[in-house]
Design a protein around this ligand. Structure first.
Ligand SMILES: [Zn+2]
Length: 359
Protein backbone atom coordinates (compact mmCIF):
# COMPACT_ATOMS: atom_id res chain seq x y z
CA UNK A 1 0.00 0.00 0.00
CA UNK A 2 2.74 2.41 1.05
CA UNK A 3 4.66 1.80 -2.14
CA UNK A 4 1.59 2.54 -4.23
CA UNK A 5 1.06 5.81 -2.41
CA UNK A 6 4.67 6.75 -2.99
CA UNK A 7 4.37 5.85 -6.65
CA UNK A 8 1.24 7.95 -7.01
CA UNK A 9 2.93 10.94 -5.37
CA UNK A 10 5.99 10.66 -7.60
CA UNK A 11 3.72 10.31 -10.59
CA UNK A 12 1.74 13.43 -9.74
CA UNK A 13 4.97 15.37 -9.30
CA UNK A 14 6.31 14.08 -12.59
CA UNK A 15 3.06 14.84 -14.37
CA UNK A 16 3.01 18.35 -12.95
CA UNK A 17 6.63 19.03 -13.90
CA UNK A 18 5.90 17.55 -17.29
CA UNK A 19 2.95 19.90 -17.79
CA UNK A 20 4.97 22.92 -16.73
CA UNK A 21 7.54 22.37 -19.45
CA UNK A 22 6.88 24.26 -22.62
CA UNK A 23 10.04 23.62 -24.62
CA UNK A 24 10.46 20.29 -26.40
CA UNK A 25 12.95 18.17 -24.53
CA UNK A 26 16.03 16.96 -26.34
CA UNK A 27 18.14 14.33 -24.70
CA UNK A 28 20.09 11.25 -25.61
CA UNK A 29 17.33 8.87 -24.58
CA UNK A 30 14.60 8.09 -22.18
CA UNK A 31 16.95 6.69 -19.53
CA UNK A 32 18.57 10.09 -19.12
CA UNK A 33 15.37 12.02 -19.53
CA UNK A 34 13.02 10.19 -17.23
CA UNK A 35 15.02 7.93 -14.91
CA UNK A 36 12.50 8.23 -12.09
CA UNK A 37 9.47 7.22 -14.12
CA UNK A 38 11.33 4.42 -15.83
CA UNK A 39 12.71 3.25 -12.48
CA UNK A 40 9.18 3.23 -11.17
CA UNK A 41 8.06 1.11 -14.07
CA UNK A 42 10.98 -1.19 -13.37
CA UNK A 43 9.63 -1.72 -9.87
CA UNK A 44 6.18 -2.52 -11.21
CA UNK A 45 7.38 -4.79 -14.00
CA UNK A 46 11.04 -5.19 -14.98
CA UNK A 47 10.16 -6.81 -18.30
CA UNK A 48 7.83 -3.98 -19.20
CA UNK A 49 10.43 -1.36 -18.29
CA UNK A 50 12.97 -3.22 -20.42
CA UNK A 51 10.62 -3.20 -23.43
CA UNK A 52 9.68 0.45 -23.02
CA UNK A 53 13.34 1.33 -22.87
CA UNK A 54 13.87 -0.40 -26.23
CA UNK A 55 11.19 1.48 -28.16
CA UNK A 56 12.69 3.41 -31.09
CA UNK A 57 10.89 6.54 -29.89
CA UNK A 58 13.00 6.51 -26.76
CA UNK A 59 16.37 6.01 -28.39
CA UNK A 60 17.08 9.63 -29.28
CA UNK A 61 15.55 13.00 -28.64
CA UNK A 62 12.39 12.46 -26.70
CA UNK A 63 9.55 14.91 -27.01
CA UNK A 64 7.49 16.22 -24.16
CA UNK A 65 4.48 14.38 -25.57
CA UNK A 66 6.36 11.11 -25.32
CA UNK A 67 7.34 11.80 -21.71
CA UNK A 68 3.68 12.47 -20.99
CA UNK A 69 2.76 9.19 -22.67
CA UNK A 70 5.30 7.40 -20.50
CA UNK A 71 3.80 8.95 -17.38
CA UNK A 72 0.34 7.86 -18.47
CA UNK A 73 1.66 4.39 -19.24
CA UNK A 74 3.15 3.99 -15.77
CA UNK A 75 -0.03 5.28 -14.18
CA UNK A 76 -2.19 2.87 -16.18
CA UNK A 77 0.15 -0.06 -15.52
CA UNK A 78 0.11 0.68 -11.82
CA UNK A 79 -3.67 0.72 -11.77
CA UNK A 80 -4.31 -1.95 -14.37
CA UNK A 81 -7.19 -4.38 -13.92
CA UNK A 82 -6.55 -8.12 -13.96
CA UNK A 83 -7.69 -8.44 -17.56
CA UNK A 84 -5.47 -5.54 -18.63
CA UNK A 85 -2.54 -7.19 -16.90
CA UNK A 86 -3.09 -10.51 -18.62
CA UNK A 87 -3.59 -8.84 -22.00
CA UNK A 88 -0.39 -6.87 -21.51
CA UNK A 89 1.58 -9.99 -20.72
CA UNK A 90 0.30 -11.74 -23.85
CA UNK A 91 1.13 -8.67 -25.94
CA UNK A 92 4.70 -8.79 -24.64
CA UNK A 93 5.09 -12.22 -26.22
CA UNK A 94 4.18 -11.15 -29.77
CA UNK A 95 7.00 -12.19 -32.11
CA UNK A 96 10.24 -13.65 -30.81
CA UNK A 97 11.20 -11.47 -27.82
CA UNK A 98 14.88 -12.46 -28.00
CA UNK A 99 15.38 -11.45 -31.60
CA UNK A 100 12.74 -8.85 -32.42
CA UNK A 101 13.94 -5.26 -32.52
CA UNK A 102 11.35 -4.11 -29.99
CA UNK A 103 7.85 -4.90 -28.80
CA UNK A 104 5.62 -3.34 -31.46
CA UNK A 105 2.31 -3.58 -29.54
CA UNK A 106 3.83 -1.56 -26.68
CA UNK A 107 4.77 1.08 -29.24
CA UNK A 108 1.16 1.06 -30.48
CA UNK A 109 -0.05 1.65 -26.92
CA UNK A 110 2.31 4.61 -26.65
CA UNK A 111 1.01 6.07 -29.91
CA UNK A 112 -2.49 6.02 -28.47
CA UNK A 113 -1.36 7.49 -25.15
CA UNK A 114 0.35 10.35 -26.98
CA UNK A 115 -3.04 11.35 -28.37
CA UNK A 116 -5.51 10.73 -25.62
CA UNK A 117 -6.06 10.17 -21.91
CA UNK A 118 -7.42 6.84 -20.76
CA UNK A 119 -8.75 5.49 -17.52
CA UNK A 120 -7.61 2.23 -15.94
CA UNK A 121 -10.04 -0.53 -16.86
CA UNK A 122 -10.72 1.09 -20.20
CA UNK A 123 -7.26 1.66 -21.57
CA UNK A 124 -5.20 0.37 -24.52
CA UNK A 125 -3.45 -1.97 -22.09
CA UNK A 126 -6.53 -4.13 -22.36
CA UNK A 127 -6.94 -4.06 -26.16
CA UNK A 128 -6.36 -7.44 -27.80
CA UNK A 129 -3.63 -7.25 -30.45
CA UNK A 130 -5.77 -6.76 -33.55
CA UNK A 131 -7.99 -4.15 -31.86
CA UNK A 132 -4.92 -2.35 -30.71
CA UNK A 133 -3.43 -2.23 -34.21
CA UNK A 134 -6.75 -1.17 -35.61
CA UNK A 135 -6.89 1.81 -33.27
CA UNK A 136 -3.22 2.78 -33.23
CA UNK A 137 -1.95 2.19 -36.75
CA UNK A 138 -3.02 5.03 -38.95
CA UNK A 139 -1.36 4.79 -42.36
CA UNK A 140 -2.31 8.41 -43.01
CA UNK A 141 0.42 9.32 -40.50
CA UNK A 142 2.90 9.10 -43.32
CA UNK A 143 6.01 9.91 -41.30
CA UNK A 144 5.56 6.70 -39.40
CA UNK A 145 4.99 4.56 -42.46
CA UNK A 146 7.25 5.96 -45.16
CA UNK A 147 10.58 4.27 -44.47
CA UNK A 148 11.01 0.68 -45.62
CA UNK A 149 13.48 -0.40 -42.93
CA UNK A 150 11.59 1.35 -40.14
CA UNK A 151 8.35 -0.31 -41.14
CA UNK A 152 9.85 -3.75 -41.69
CA UNK A 153 11.52 -3.50 -38.26
CA UNK A 154 8.09 -2.77 -36.83
CA UNK A 155 6.49 -5.75 -38.54
CA UNK A 156 8.36 -8.18 -36.33
CA UNK A 157 5.85 -10.99 -35.88
CA UNK A 158 3.73 -13.06 -38.23
CA UNK A 159 0.53 -11.49 -36.83
CA UNK A 160 1.87 -7.98 -37.48
CA UNK A 161 3.07 -8.74 -41.01
CA UNK A 162 -0.21 -10.42 -41.80
CA UNK A 163 -2.27 -7.52 -40.47
CA UNK A 164 -0.26 -5.03 -42.49
CA UNK A 165 -0.31 -7.02 -45.72
CA UNK A 166 -4.01 -7.72 -45.55
CA UNK A 167 -4.85 -4.10 -44.99
CA UNK A 168 -2.36 -2.55 -47.37
CA UNK A 169 -1.51 -4.63 -50.37
CA UNK A 170 -3.54 -4.95 -53.50
CA UNK A 171 -2.95 -7.76 -55.92
CA UNK A 172 -1.68 -6.44 -59.20
CA UNK A 173 -0.02 -8.57 -61.79
CA UNK A 174 0.14 -5.72 -64.27
CA UNK A 175 2.40 -3.84 -61.87
CA UNK A 176 5.07 -6.00 -63.42
CA UNK A 177 5.23 -3.79 -66.51
CA UNK A 178 5.68 -0.64 -64.51
CA UNK A 179 8.62 -1.83 -62.48
CA UNK A 180 11.58 0.29 -63.44
CA UNK A 181 14.14 -2.40 -62.68
CA UNK A 182 12.53 -5.09 -64.79
CA UNK A 183 12.90 -7.47 -61.86
CA UNK A 184 10.35 -10.24 -61.66
CA UNK A 185 9.61 -9.28 -58.09
CA UNK A 186 10.33 -6.29 -55.93
CA UNK A 187 9.29 -5.88 -52.29
CA UNK A 188 10.35 -2.24 -52.29
CA UNK A 189 8.06 -1.45 -55.20
CA UNK A 190 5.28 -3.21 -53.34
CA UNK A 191 6.02 -1.14 -50.24
CA UNK A 192 5.87 2.15 -52.11
CA UNK A 193 2.84 1.50 -54.26
CA UNK A 194 1.06 -1.16 -52.21
CA UNK A 195 0.56 -3.14 -55.36
CA UNK A 196 2.14 -6.36 -56.40
CA UNK A 197 1.78 -10.06 -56.95
CA UNK A 198 2.56 -13.18 -54.97
CA UNK A 199 6.32 -13.01 -55.33
CA UNK A 200 6.50 -9.36 -54.24
CA UNK A 201 4.37 -10.11 -51.19
CA UNK A 202 6.39 -13.20 -50.37
CA UNK A 203 9.69 -11.32 -50.65
CA UNK A 204 8.29 -8.67 -48.31
CA UNK A 205 7.08 -11.25 -45.79
CA UNK A 206 10.41 -13.07 -45.88
CA UNK A 207 12.29 -9.83 -45.29
CA UNK A 208 10.20 -8.89 -42.23
CA UNK A 209 10.15 -12.30 -40.62
CA UNK A 210 13.82 -13.00 -41.24
CA UNK A 211 14.71 -9.72 -39.53
CA UNK A 212 12.53 -10.69 -36.58
CA UNK A 213 14.41 -13.96 -36.12
CA UNK A 214 11.97 -16.39 -37.70
CA UNK A 215 12.98 -19.44 -39.70
CA UNK A 216 11.47 -18.75 -43.11
CA UNK A 217 11.51 -19.99 -46.68
CA UNK A 218 9.77 -19.20 -49.93
CA UNK A 219 7.15 -21.83 -50.60
CA UNK A 220 6.44 -22.44 -54.27
CA UNK A 221 3.20 -23.86 -55.47
CA UNK A 222 2.89 -24.82 -59.10
CA UNK A 223 -0.51 -23.59 -60.16
CA UNK A 224 -0.20 -25.62 -63.32
CA UNK A 225 -0.11 -22.80 -65.84
CA UNK A 226 3.40 -23.72 -66.91
CA UNK A 227 6.23 -25.35 -65.06
CA UNK A 228 8.06 -22.02 -64.89
CA UNK A 229 5.27 -19.90 -63.42
CA UNK A 230 4.44 -20.66 -59.84
CA UNK A 231 2.52 -19.23 -56.98
CA UNK A 232 4.69 -18.08 -54.08
CA UNK A 233 3.84 -18.00 -50.39
CA UNK A 234 5.88 -17.87 -47.18
CA UNK A 235 6.69 -20.90 -45.08
CA UNK A 236 7.57 -20.02 -41.50
CA UNK A 237 8.18 -21.86 -38.28
CA UNK A 238 6.29 -20.88 -35.17
CA UNK A 239 6.66 -22.77 -31.91
CA UNK A 240 8.05 -25.81 -33.66
CA UNK A 241 5.34 -26.01 -36.30
CA UNK A 242 5.38 -25.03 -39.98
CA UNK A 243 2.85 -22.54 -41.26
CA UNK A 244 2.08 -20.84 -44.54
CA UNK A 245 1.28 -17.16 -44.89
CA UNK A 246 -0.18 -16.42 -48.28
CA UNK A 247 -1.28 -12.85 -48.88
CA UNK A 248 -0.24 -12.64 -52.53
CA UNK A 249 -3.64 -13.75 -53.73
CA UNK A 250 -5.84 -11.96 -56.23
CA UNK A 251 -8.87 -12.32 -54.02
CA UNK A 252 -8.52 -10.51 -50.70
CA UNK A 253 -11.17 -12.70 -49.14
CA UNK A 254 -8.99 -15.72 -49.74
CA UNK A 255 -6.17 -14.26 -47.71
CA UNK A 256 -6.88 -16.29 -44.64
CA UNK A 257 -4.49 -16.11 -41.72
CA UNK A 258 -1.93 -18.80 -41.08
CA UNK A 259 -2.41 -22.28 -42.40
CA UNK A 260 -0.49 -25.25 -41.01
CA UNK A 261 1.63 -26.57 -43.87
CA UNK A 262 -0.12 -29.93 -44.07
CA UNK A 263 -3.52 -28.27 -44.44
CA UNK A 264 -2.30 -25.75 -46.99
CA UNK A 265 -1.49 -27.88 -49.98
CA UNK A 266 -4.91 -29.13 -51.06
CA UNK A 267 -6.48 -25.87 -49.98
CA UNK A 268 -4.26 -23.75 -52.15
CA UNK A 269 -4.58 -25.45 -55.46
CA UNK A 270 -8.32 -25.27 -55.61
CA UNK A 271 -8.91 -22.02 -53.76
CA UNK A 272 -6.22 -19.90 -55.34
CA UNK A 273 -8.02 -20.04 -58.61
CA UNK A 274 -11.40 -20.75 -57.05
CA UNK A 275 -11.10 -24.03 -58.85
CA UNK A 276 -12.06 -22.32 -62.10
CA UNK A 277 -9.73 -21.88 -65.02
CA UNK A 278 -12.06 -19.97 -67.32
CA UNK A 279 -11.08 -22.42 -70.06
CA UNK A 280 -12.93 -25.11 -71.95
CA UNK A 281 -11.32 -28.26 -73.28
CA UNK A 282 -10.38 -27.72 -76.91
CA UNK A 283 -11.31 -31.27 -77.72
CA UNK A 284 -14.60 -31.99 -75.93
CA UNK A 285 -15.75 -28.45 -74.88
CA UNK A 286 -15.86 -29.33 -71.18
CA UNK A 287 -15.54 -26.23 -68.95
CA UNK A 288 -12.45 -27.08 -66.90
CA UNK A 289 -11.88 -26.53 -63.22
CA UNK A 290 -8.31 -26.91 -62.09
CA UNK A 291 -8.88 -30.55 -61.19
CA UNK A 292 -10.14 -31.26 -64.73
CA UNK A 293 -6.96 -30.16 -66.49
CA UNK A 294 -5.06 -32.70 -68.57
CA UNK A 295 -1.33 -33.33 -68.25
CA UNK A 296 1.62 -32.60 -70.52
CA UNK A 297 4.44 -35.10 -71.04
CA UNK A 298 6.57 -33.34 -68.40
CA UNK A 299 3.80 -33.69 -65.83
CA UNK A 300 2.69 -30.05 -65.93
CA UNK A 301 -0.96 -29.19 -66.43
CA UNK A 302 -2.44 -28.60 -69.83
CA UNK A 303 -4.69 -25.59 -70.11
CA UNK A 304 -5.84 -26.70 -73.55
CA UNK A 305 -7.31 -30.11 -72.86
CA UNK A 306 -9.12 -31.89 -70.06
CA UNK A 307 -7.85 -35.01 -68.31
CA UNK A 308 -10.42 -37.20 -70.06
CA UNK A 309 -9.11 -36.20 -73.47
CA UNK A 310 -5.40 -35.62 -72.77
CA UNK A 311 -2.92 -37.44 -70.53
CA UNK A 312 0.89 -37.33 -70.43
CA UNK A 313 1.01 -35.20 -73.55
CA UNK A 314 -1.16 -37.52 -75.63
CA UNK A 315 -4.82 -37.77 -76.57
CA UNK A 316 -6.42 -40.62 -74.69
CA UNK A 317 -8.42 -41.59 -77.75
CA UNK A 318 -6.35 -40.44 -80.74
CA UNK A 319 -8.54 -41.98 -83.42
CA UNK A 320 -11.90 -40.61 -82.32
CA UNK A 321 -13.73 -38.56 -84.97
CA UNK A 322 -15.36 -35.22 -84.37
CA UNK A 323 -18.87 -36.62 -84.68
CA UNK A 324 -18.08 -39.39 -82.19
CA UNK A 325 -16.70 -36.76 -79.81
CA UNK A 326 -19.90 -34.71 -80.11
CA UNK A 327 -21.92 -37.78 -79.15
CA UNK A 328 -19.63 -38.75 -76.29
CA UNK A 329 -19.40 -35.35 -74.74
CA UNK A 330 -23.17 -34.81 -74.40
CA UNK A 331 -23.46 -36.67 -71.07
CA UNK A 332 -20.23 -35.12 -69.82
CA UNK A 333 -21.43 -31.59 -70.64
CA UNK A 334 -24.92 -32.16 -69.25
CA UNK A 335 -23.38 -33.24 -65.95
CA UNK A 336 -20.90 -30.41 -65.75
CA UNK A 337 -23.25 -27.64 -66.86
CA UNK A 338 -26.20 -29.12 -64.97
CA UNK A 339 -28.48 -28.83 -68.01
CA UNK A 340 -30.78 -31.35 -69.78
CA UNK A 341 -29.12 -33.57 -72.39
CA UNK A 342 -31.04 -31.86 -75.22
CA UNK A 343 -29.39 -28.59 -74.31
CA UNK A 344 -25.99 -30.24 -73.90
CA UNK A 345 -26.37 -31.70 -77.38
CA UNK A 346 -26.99 -28.26 -78.83
CA UNK A 347 -23.91 -26.90 -77.09
CA UNK A 348 -21.73 -29.80 -78.22
CA UNK A 349 -22.83 -29.41 -81.84
CA UNK A 350 -22.22 -25.70 -81.74
CA UNK A 351 -18.86 -25.59 -79.98
CA UNK A 352 -16.94 -28.76 -80.73
CA UNK A 353 -16.47 -28.17 -84.51
CA UNK A 354 -14.81 -24.82 -83.67
CA UNK A 355 -12.26 -26.26 -81.25
CA UNK A 356 -8.52 -26.47 -81.91
CA UNK A 357 -8.46 -30.28 -82.15
CA UNK A 358 -10.99 -30.39 -84.99
CA UNK A 359 -9.77 -27.54 -87.13
ZN1 LIG B 1 -11.86 -32.85 -73.09
Amino acid sequence: MKRHLLITIILIITLLTGCAQTQPVKTKGITEQSPTVLGLLGQLSPSLAHEVNRLPEFQQSVSERQIQALNKFVYLTNNATESEKSNLSSILKVGIPKSRKYCTPIQAIFWLLEKKDFEPGNSPLGYPLIDLLHKAWDYAEKDRWKDYETVTDRLNSHELVNYYEKGRFLYDLRGEDRKPTGATYDPLYLFWFNRGHCRDVTAFTLHCLKKAGYKVKEYRVDPGITTKAYHAATLFEWQGKNYIMDNGRPDKLLRIDFIPLDEYKPYDLTKNYRGETGKICRSCALPMDYKDLGTESDGSRSYDYCNLCFKDGKFTNPNITMNQMIKESITRLAGKLKVPESQAKEAAELFIPRLKRWK
